[in-house]
Design a protein around this ligand. Sequence first.
Ligand SMILES: [Zn+2]
Length: 753
Amino acid sequence: MGADRFVLDWSKVVSYFDALQKSSDRIRVQELGKSTEGRPFLAVTIAAPATLRQLDRYREIQRRLADPRLTAEKEAQSLAAAGKAVVLITCSIHATELASTQTAVEFAYRLLTEDNPRFRAILDDTIFLLVPSLNPDGVDIVTSWYRRTLGTPFEGTSPPELYQKYTGHDNNRDWYMFTQKETQLTIAKLHNVWHPQIVYDVHQVGANAARIFVPPWMDPIEPNIDAIVMQESNMIGTAMATDLTAAGHKGVAIHAMYDFWSPSRHYQAFHGGMRILTESASAKLATPNTVEPSQLERNALGYSAQERSWNFLEPWPGGVWRLRDIVEDQLIAMESCLYQAALHREELLRNFYKIGQRQIARKSPWGFVVAASQRDPGATRKLLDTLAFGQVEISHDPAGNHVIPMAQPYGGWAKALLERQRYPDMRLYPGGPPQRPYDVTAHTLPLLMGVQVDAVESPVSGLSPGMLPPAPRATLQAANSDTWVNVNRIWDDGGTVWRDPASGDFANMARPGWQQLERPRIGLYRSFIPNNDEGWTRWILEQFGFRYTSVLNSDLQAGDLTKRFDVIVFPDATAASMENGFRPDAMPAEFTGGIGIAGANTLRDFAAAGGTLVFLNRASDYAIRRLGVAARNTVGEVSNSEFYSPGSLLNCRVDIRHPLARGLPPQLAIWSELSPAWETQESAPVHYLDDHVLASGWLLGPKYVAGKAALIDASLGKGHVILFGMRPQYRAQSYLTLKLFFNALIYRTASRT
Ligand SMILES: [Zn+2]
């Protein structure tokens, strides 16, 4: 494993684990289900044979320790004495970070075949759950690209496509919304069944960083995560760093780079378990890479890769770095993590129970109430389902309101997702520029989804357990109500909806006097530069029954799109990347280049002839530069120190008479992330509020956006160019602003009816 220029096919990983299972009584291999593109999704269990024979018993111990309402203190002590520490190690969710799948193969083999005191402790005192890849499709995407480019100038580059069909690198930003199959399988069949005390997720970072990062994490720590969880991850992380150093490995960093804010990356931290992360410096996929000492990062967050410091005690001097070096670091890290779990087995289990006790003792707020009557019953149902999938217990009161008391094992999880975030004002140095959050700063589902949820301080009485409301069947979009997302699929198989010419309401069944509305013919721009936002857009379109065709640069350059499409959508990307694509020296010729001048002309002709062009977030800049939309981005030239909105929810007012705003409330929160805000004379149905702009997350310099436009509807010839100063379909979470996006998609077909 880890040999130069050697990559693995997923089928080989599957058959190898199958062979291990046939040859050893220390391992069980299970296919949990299929990946997005139909590959087997594996979970491997490794433990002493006596443990494997009683897995049901140990699962029951975990279940009882996880919920102190089931288990008295005294019983918990004896369960902790009898139980095993459960450790889940997950590999290669980011498929270009390919080492850990190979490490998983070698480490499993060694655990089954070697006899030494540390391995004996691991087998006897832990239950080791191993996911050799959280993204089996990606293994094959990267493997086939690597082989294709081997021996060419492009050997070791990343593939010019997303390595998970819909989410790409955002597949590890899905751990509270649970949209993708891989996330769902892992949560439902491993986390929620096994309640692991440790989840170690194995990653890689760029070529010039520390050789390996291990926790402690950096600030900020999400406020609903129990301090015991964090203290334990400090303990396990520093022990792993010690083992790596004692084994002679250089370049080990702790307490650097990675914060612990967004729950999109760490479900378990709100479910009684710690998240261990390692990030190893990368080679060029499986090709060795030479790093000059001067190339090592000097200004990384929290350390310099060139200098000794308390959290980076032995710098790596530079030189050749190969896949095998990464595998060897990871072998030690995996062994160390499991050995620490074995050493601390009983305390980890006792603390696990204690964390549950502390959750149940939560006093303020008493709970949250989701009113029975909502503008958007469909989004409400989706929100409740999402919480329930994360093991939140939802009751209802005699009036049918949904009630979520905090006194439950995962009350903190519910609270994190239901309350508004107050991200701390983090600066690189006092008075200096903002310290970039590792991901984004807001995760308030009620604002994203447009659901009314209220925190209450006094107990709600007369509660009955369980019972979610049935999924709404109605498919009406009333002009002044919020029911667009009432349905799973807006378009029936015939691709027709009906519209009331008087009120503007839509329905997916014929009604007297209503007119048919055709399904819009959607083109979705796809660059060869992999774009997560493009993938999320495909996902959303498919979920709601829209049909689309991917539009490549060659389609734009060929011209005459009027016959094929009513609307063309450009996902969030910089104007420069859209115009130029990959540079000629970066990729094989067929993947280079961008929209170019011919493409810009095609787009202008398309709109002039009556088509709709939709630009999402930063892509709007392209429409201003190349299609002549008259708008000035008021934050375009402003420095981070003055204006900063790194993934936050910001308050806007809506002109609900405008056709793009049909079905929306007069005020809403939009997803702002590197987003423009405009001064314009064009029609603009959404504007930022004049004050109280921040709804959730972090915002510097609200005055730069206050009162400015966040959505523009510009005319071009007979058509429209629509600019979204937001991500209206953000990671398949922002159900409220999806309506703005859908209204843009049907703009042309609705006006033609
Ligand atoms: Zn990664």
